[in-house]
Ligand binder design. Structure first.
Ligand code: NDP
Length: 271
């Protein structure tokens, strides 16, 4: 099992194993986080910055991004960007790398949901959700991965959802998009693993953010049903996803690729 068999790895032998506390450090790494101005993306930015990374957050609202970046500190910068504008993605990545240096980590976090009974979902609805949650994720991943593979190192994370795995009513387009992302993770992990780039997903359960509050408020029984399905008896906090993202991006996870990590208070044990 010499390392050469399957291409380069980020760290190779036990001689290069960092001290235990350091394996979770992101010092010296640069991370691009889509949708990093709010909710889970903001918490990932906070956790990665605390772990030592330089972080670039994106989103469509400049004021939100500015406030988020200022709340964390100098290690966080922002770029106004709409991920659905596929023609602008390559230029955005090129500009980020020219300004801040080569990216080590991409977190595809930006996403939108739509709660409607399946028969009321229009073609426009379906396309909009799939475009934001799936096609944009692929396009940005391709732009970053081509650069990372040329450097033989990188880590790509998808923020998926347990909706990819379970039949949650009235989120048909969202569930389809997240299931497709989960499928994409395995293919990309396989294709990229010989080039030093790992690809993984985090599948959050019920996490308290603006997105989940909107969903809960639109359906008064939903909070009770969600709680009944959560063995730990409480909803997750955005930093629970942030901590998992730090782990999967760090050298502590150097032998993990193609995985989907549920962070869900036990939802995935089964309903
Ligand atoms: P929020 O609504 O708080 O965050 C979504 C973020 O995505 C916002 O910052 C938004 O910024 C950004 N975004 C949306 N559309 C675009 C776009 N076209 N271009 C660029 N940025 C965009 O939701 P959460 O933090 O809850 O969700 C984050 C991720 O976690 C999503 O992928 C979601 O599916 C996933 N998730 C969340 C769960 C939960 O319980 N909260 C559970 C499972 C998964 P702006 O509007 O400024 O562009």
């Amino acid at each position: 099992f010499s390392n050469g068999q399957n291409g380069p790895a980020e760290t190779t032998t036990s001689q290069t194993q960092p001290q235990h506390a350091d394996v979770f450090s992101l010092a010296g790494k640069r991370a691009l986080i889509t949708g990093g101005g709010t909710g889970i993306g903001l918490a990932i930015a906070q956790c990665m910055a605390a772990a030592g990374a330089t972080v670039i957050i994106t989103g469509r609202r400049e004021a939100v991004l500015r406030e988020a970046a200022e709340s964390i500190g100098e290690s966080v910068q922002y770029v106004v960007n709409d991920v659905t504008d596929l023609s602008a993605i390559d230029a955005m990545v090129a500009e980020v790398e020219a300004t801040h240096g080569p990216l080590d980590i991409l977190v595809n976090n930006a996403g939108i949901n739509l709660k409607k009974p399946a028969l009321e979902v229009t073609d426009e609805d379906f396309s909009r959700i799939l475009h934001t949650n799936l096609h944009s994720v692929f396009a940005l991943t391709r732009a970053c991965a081509s650069r990372m593979m040329a450097r033989q190192k990188g880590c790509i994370l998808m923020i998926s959802s347990m909706a990819a795995y379970y039949g949650i009513d009235r989120v048909v387009a969202y569930a389809a998009s997240k299931s497709a992302v989960e499928g994409m993770v395995k293919v990309l992990a396989s294709e990229f693993s010989g080039h030093g780039v790992r690809v993984n997903a985090i599948a959050p359960g019920f996490i308290e953010t603006a997105m989940s509050r909107t969903a809960m408020n639109s359906d008064p029984d939903r909070r009770d049903r969600a709680m009944r399905r959560t063995p730990m008896g409480k909803f997750g906090q955005p930093e629970d996803i942030g901590n998992a993202a730090v782990f999967l991006s760090s050298d502590a996870a150097r032998y993990i690729t193609g995985a989907s990590l549920p962070v869900d208070g036990g939802n995935s044990i089964g309903f």
